[in-house]
Ligand binder design. Structure first.
Ligand code: ADP
Length: 265
């Protein structure tokens, strides 16, 4: 903490007061350090797929291209890496938009129960491939939420696809909707590997992954939950995790709701 003092005094007369300005230097330093870390992370995350692509393209140039087995395989790798880079850049653009001062949500009043079922219906198709079952514990009470539909869909997509990614074959994913006072609480619960206690607070940080190599091979960018956090906060909600390592993970978030479309109780 840095303090600057100024004395208020007129022509050598009596001292009328003192102005003290306190600067939280540590906070400024922290912001600067976070920014540097972020740039280093972005560079690293972009360099990794680029160096992979470079070496595969060199191998193709050196002759692999005419090998009926290696040719298509190496091209497949470069294609995957390109797709990863596109996902990463899209996520970064999304975060940079949210960070900008004039960020605006496109709000409308949504029947949330109907909406939540629609989002899960869409995932039912994909989940069938991995033999994952969705269990819906969705209270049917009329619930209206003033929200940006596309943005909230992105929040749910990120959380539900994590639940599926980190679940074993045949696992259950339970989606719950409950009402507490003037808030709804949505939770997405899986029976996957769980998250160690010391990592639980960090999973909402940009680029944090519990197991970098594993998460990368599954195709994540490390930005999904950071985006979810920003978007839930923009909707005046909270988001958090509860997890038992080895047993499963539940992500919770809250949003304010009303009982009718006009926003009244
Ligand atoms: P990623 O794109 O790597 O999935 P996220 O921001 O979505 O990035 O998640 C950050 C990290 O949190 C993941 O890399 C993973 O280690 C951990 N994580 C998120 N959801 C789960 C889950 N349901 N089960 C286990 N680990 C999870």
């Amino acid at each position: 903490l840095q303090a600057n003092f100024s004395v208020i005094q007129e022509n050598e007369g009596p001292i009328n007061g003192v102005i003290t300005v306190l600067h939280d230097v540590t906070e400024q330093e922290q912001i600067e350090q976070d920014r540097r870390e972020f740039v280093a992370n972005v560079s690293h995350e972009l360099r990794t797929p680029l160096t992979t692509m470079k070496s595969y393209l060199e191998a193709l140039e050196d002759g692999a291209i005419s090998d009926p087995d290696l040719g298509p395989r190496f091209l497949g790798v470069t294609q995957n890496e390109t797709e990863r880079m596109i996902r990463l850049v899209n996520d970064l653009l999304q975060l940079s938009k949210i960070d900008s001062r004039d960020y605006q949500l496109n709000l409308s009043t949504v029947d949330f129960v109907l909406y939540l079922h629609e989002v899960i219906d869409r995932f039912d198709m994909i989940a069938a491939n991995k033999n994952i079952h969705f269990i819906r514990k969705i209270s049917p009470q009329l619930t209206y939420v003033k929200m940006d539909r596309d943005k909230l869909t992105q929040v749910l997509d990120n959380i539900i696809s994590n639940a599926m990614k980190y679940s074993p074959e045949g696992g259950n994913v339970t989606i719950t909707l409950e009402h507490y006072g003037q808030n709804i609480r949505v939770s997405i619960s899986d029976e996957g590997m769980g998250i160690p206690r010391e990592s639980q607070q960090k999973i909402f940080d940009r680029f944090y992954r519990v197991d970098k190599a594993r998460a990368r091979s599954i195709g994540g960018t490390g930005l999904g939950l950071a985006i979810a956090k920003e978007l839930v906060h923009a909707h005046h909600g909270e988001i958090w995790v509860e997890s038992m390592y080895g047993q499963g993970t539940t992500i919770f978030f809250t949003l304010p709701f009303t009982k009718n479309k006009e926003g009244n109780w």
